[in-house]
Design a binder for this molecule. Structure first.
Ligand SMILES: [Zn+2]
Length: 366
């Protein structure tokens, strides 16, 4: 029995592992050790998990994404896949993500590596701080506070900038160390609390909100890629073999190249899935948030590029990362306007710089 089987066949057991983790987090939140928790929501989560109310995944974010997409889904094929999807977020998965061969019970199994999800979260946090620093004028404008004797005054811009700049460094450090609660991070959260108390601002809310938006987009892309493998029936052996034969005959490519086509298709599907999710979810938000969510779509790929020594080598069934990156960009271009994509790429290439990816791709001149 694979771990994905286990998670879903003994759903309660595994849910309760996560349940105890969250309960622990909730206790720490109550004791003031964790600041960025939202009491009521965490409590609700605990109840949902203990009542086995989660339908498609043992991961609440993935579960929410599936539900939201299903809400507005007009594609019957996708609908039936999503309704029967079972997505397991597991410890120490062999690969970052995997769509299992179609099961006899009609379920579509997908396995996701929990550690990779964490890295996506940490990079989303970092991108959220970059976003907040870039939009400081907006925040500055919106955060005039009432101080007795002085009336309504804006908070010190330089103070805010320095604060966020420090926050930004700390978030990058968390990603590089792959550690959620570093000492520096705990410390700055305390300072943030003091700052908020004094000035009545909502920086932590904004941070959580931005990071969630980015994280959700990244996860929708990541999970959407695996859903894409099911959608194109790469997980149905007979159909897959027939498709490989067709590609071999039509394009005179070998079986490895044919598999690489599948990855491109899955990437394009994931991109579309993420864009649709964002559109259904955040229509009332500003365009700037949308841009950062679009940057979020690149996050799973960026982590792979960060890890890789060589971006130009095809790796068996997976095409070179640089090729996949360019295809994702192309696929996003077809779904938005030129101005938006240009803005998105500013941030993507900024992250390339920070993560040392630009050096690896410099020969391409991107
Ligand atoms: Zn794939």
């Amino acid at each position: 029995m694979t771990e994905a089987d286990e998670v879903f066949m003994k759903k309660t057991d595994k849910s309760h592992v996560q349940y105890s983790e969250i309960e622990d987090l909730y206790d720490r939140f109550k004791n003031g050790e964790v600041i960025l928790g939202v009491g009521e929501e965490v409590q609700k989560l605990i109840n949902d998990l203990s009542d086995d109310k989660l339908d498609y995944s043992n991961n609440t974010v993935i579960d929410m994404i599936i539900k939201k997409v299903l809400d507005k889904c007009e594609d019957e094929k996708l609908k039936s896949i999503l309704e029967n999807s079972k997505i397991a977020d597991i410890e120490n998965a062999e690969t970052k993500g995997r769509a299992y061969p179609k099961y006899f019970d009609g379920s579509y199994y997908i396995e996701i590596d929990r550690n990779y999800m964490k890295r996506i979260l940490l990079l989303s946090d970092y991108l959220a701080t970059v976003n907040m620093l870039c939009e400081q004028d907006l925040i500055f404008e919106k955060n005039k506070v009432n101080i007795e004797g002085l009336g309504k005054i804006p908070i010190l811009k330089s103070f805010y900038s320095l604060f966020i700049a420090r926050f930004l460094d700390i978030c990058l450090d968390r990603f590089l160390k792959n550690e959620e609660f570093t000492n520096d991070y705990n410390e700055i959260l305390m300072k943030l609390m003091a700052f908020e108390k004094e000035y009545g601002t909502k920086i932590s809310d904004m941070f959580v909100d931005r990071s969630n938006n980015i994280y959700e987009a990244a996860i929708a892309m990541f999970v959407g890629h695996e859903i894409g493998h099911h959608y194109y029936r790469h997980t149905d052996e007979k159909i897959k073999e027939a498709e490989i034969k067709r590609l071999e005959d039509t394009y005179r490519v070998d079986s490895i190249k044919a598999h690489q086509f599948f990855e491109y298709n899955a990437d394009a599907y994931g991109t579309g899935f993420a864009v649709e999710y964002m559109r259904s979810q955040y229509t009332e938000k500003t365009n700037t948030v949308l841009i950062h969510q679009m940057v979020g779509i690149f996050i799973p790929m960026m982590i792979m590029m960060f890890d890789a020594d060589d971006l130009f080598d095809d790796e068996k069934k997976h095409p070179a990362l640089i090729k996949r990156f360019l295809r994702i960009k192309k696929s996003l271009e077809s779904r938005t306007d030129e101005e938006t994509i240009e803005e998105v790429m500013y941030y993507v290439y900024y992250l390339f710089d920070v993560l040392g990816i630009r050096k690896k791709v410099s020969q391409l001149g991107v």
